[in-house]
Design a protein around this ligand. Structure first.
Ligand SMILES: [Zn+2]
Length: 484
């Protein structure tokens, strides 16, 4: 009886320590921390950080320094990027029935050079519309109308419409595509094409108002030509680096919970909502855990991924590096949808994560109204963890100003919702510690087999979405993801 009482007593002490840690961590995250100063430094002083650029290299050093200053163990993980493409300038001139200089920007991996062709009105760029144009498509530039994109669903719709237009352009032999910008008032932004690093077709985004002017003229039956000259620094494969920090687990150091945000950005703006704000969050969580002397049961890793925008190359490299050690990764979380309030988490086909989320988020219930969605997300750094069968999550946020400024020249520090970012940091910190201390008897989390992963893709009809980001083929050919 005495033994039982003392076991019971130590259980209460242990659980109250755990409780204490969570509460202390939450209070620290909500209290004064340097998260805002860090973000401002990253955005305003280092600026946009395209992988392969000098600013990107500076940001890697900056990230390492921040973890070191917080006395958190950190390393750089080098990996190979397949191609270099750093845009310099893109200039265009419209001639014919109207002559003017439209504002235009190249999509990722547009080959540098000078292009001259007729502009052909391709409507919204569906296969039926392009097919109807007949011989006029061949060797000319399609001008593709885009719906307004004002929020996150709008972004996915834009990726889908653009992919369909690209496929039609390829099929009917267009020289290239000029997309109407999906955001109004002269805003430009950078997108990847559905062939990503393998793209060879010149593709551009033209200011919405200029593109509408072209369309109105063409629709009057008055033809227009376009001349475009683009310069970019290009090259073969090159080395990039992730920043990986960690706090060692006290009981199960070989078991890992990894949370991450990508350090790289497009450089039209300064990568504030995408994704500087969540890089600053990762650093702040590590810093507060260390400062409070929190000793999680499992190891917690904090990843600042690189090469995300070109196809999640940094997180893919991490997965390749870890190999069999992924068996002991119990959860991988990506935060990459800006600074709007966290509204829950995507569980990416792993329904068993929902009750765990409900439990670990109990201490932060007052900070949000969470709904978790068992939808698989393709388009950020959870992707290779999903392909490797590691239980993975993506934070879901209210749209706030994310959609309209996405990859645009307007993605700057002033667009970040700093209040929500603080709340989000507390939520993610508590969630992370919750997973690191999770009772494995209550919640055994297993790595999935290739068959189980494929079943998620089949059930959610994910093939087209994966093709939109050039990641279906590598999965099918087993160049990427779990082989068995
Ligand atoms: Zn992002």
């Amino acid at each position: 009886m005495r033994i039982f009482t003392s076991i019971l007593f130590s259980f209460f002490i242990l659980s109250s320590i755990a409780q204490n840690d969570t509460e202390r961590l939450m209070a620290a995250m909500l209290g004064e921390t340097p998260i805002e100063e860090d973000l401002q430094e990253l955005c305003d002083e280092i600026g946009g950080r395209v992988t392969g650029s000098e600013a990107n290299e500076k940001s890697v050093e900056w990230g390492c320094r921040k973890f070191k200053e917080a006395k958190v163990k950190v390393r750089k993980q080098a990996f190979e990027m397949p191609v270099l493409w750093l845009p310099e300038s893109t200039k265009a001139k419209v001639s014919g029935a109207a002559e003017f200089v439209p504002s235009i920007v190249a999509k990722y991996q547009t080959p540098p050079g000078n292009y001259k062709a007729k502009l052909v009105d391709a409507g919204t760029g569906t296969e039926e519309e392009v097919k109807k144009l007949g011989a006029s498509v061949k060797d000319n530039f399609l001008l593709v109308e885009m719906d307004l994109c004002l929020d996150i669903p709008g972004l996915f719709a834009e990726y889908e419409a653009a992919t369909k237009a690209e496929m039609a352009a390829e099929k009917y032999g267009a020289r290239g595509i000029v997309f109407m910008a999906s955001r109004p008032r002269g805003l430009l932004y950078r997108f990847i094409t559905h062939k990503a690093t393998d793209n060879t077709m010149p593709q551009f985004v033209m200011v919405r108002e200029d593109a509408k002017r072209c369309l109105r003229t063409i629709r009057e039956g008055k033809p227009l030509d376009i001349e475009i000259s683009i310069s970019a620094k290009t090259g073969d494969s090159f080395k990039s680096e992730n920043v990986i920090a960690e706090i060692k687990g006290s009981e199960k150091p070989d078991e890992v919970v990894i949370i991450g945000a990508h350090l790289d950005s497009w450089a039209m703006g300064t990568g504030a909502n995408d994704n500087g704000c969540n890089v600053a969050m990762m650093i702040d969580i590590a810093r507060q855990m260390k400062k409070l002397g929190i000793k999680p049961k499992r190891t917690i890793r904090f990843a600042l991924w690189n090469g995300e925008e070109q196809g999640y190359f940094g997180s893919w490299a991490y997965n390749k590096e870890q190999g069999d050690k992924l068996d002991k990764h119990i959860m991988a979380l990506s935060i990459d949808i800006g600074s709007g309030a966290l509204s829950g988490f995507f569980t990416n086909g792993r329904e068993e994560l929902i009750p765990i989320l409900e439990e670990v988020l109990q201490p932060v219930e007052g900070l949000g109204d969470f709904t978790h969605l068992n939808v698989p997300i393709v388009g950020t750094d959870n992707f290779d963890f999903m392909l490797e069968g590691v239980p993975n999550l993506v934070g879901n946020h209210l749209s706030a100003s994310y959609g309209i400024n996405y990859h645009a020249s307007s993605d700057t520090f002033d667009k970040v919702d700093l209040k929500s970012l603080k709340r989000n940091s507390a939520i993610v910190a508590v969630l992370t510690l919750g997973f690191a201390n999770l009772d494995e008897n209550k919640y055994p989390l297993q790595r999935q087999s290739r068959e189980e992963i494929q079943a998620i893709f089949d059930k959610n009809k994910l093939e087209f979405t994966m093709r939109m980001f050039n990641v279906w083929e590598p999965w099918i050919s087993r160049a990427r993801g779990r082989v068995e």
